[in-house]
Write a protein of this length. Sequence first.
Length: 148
Amino acid sequence: MSTDEPIGRIIIENVFTVKGDALAADAAMLMVSKKISCLPVSMGEGAIGIVTEKDIIEKVVAAGRDPRRVRIKDIMSTPLILAPMGTTIRDAAEKMLTNHVRRLVISDDTGKLMGLVTMTDIIRWIAEKQGNPAFVLRYLSDSLDKSK
C-alpha cells in the first residue's frame, strides 16, 4: 500500500457549501439534512473558511447566542487549510496533523474548490487497502508519534 497516491482518489466531490452571510441555523439544518459535519464557506468558486458542527456548538449554542441571528462569517474557522489536487494522501494526512485539523479543502491551481477530504476518509482508505484494522491503529500511532 502506498500513501503516495493522489488525494483525488479519495476526495469528496460535489461538496455542499455555505455563504458567509448565511445564518448558523440554516448551516446547521443543512448539515443535519445531508448528514455532514462541515461546510466550506464559499466566495466565488473558491472557499474562504470552513464551518463545522463544533463551531456552531461552541460559538453559538454554548455561548447562548441565537443561531437565527449569527452569521457564518462570524463563526467560521480561518485561515482555511487548503491543499492542491496533486497532493498525495500522505502529504494530506501530514498537513492535517501539522495544522491540527480533521478536514482539508482541496483546490485546483486557480483556487477553485474541487473537494474535501477528512481524516476519516484517509483512515477508511488505509483500512480498505490494508484489510487490517490493527494496522490502521499502528499506522496512526506511528504518524502521531512522528508529528510530535
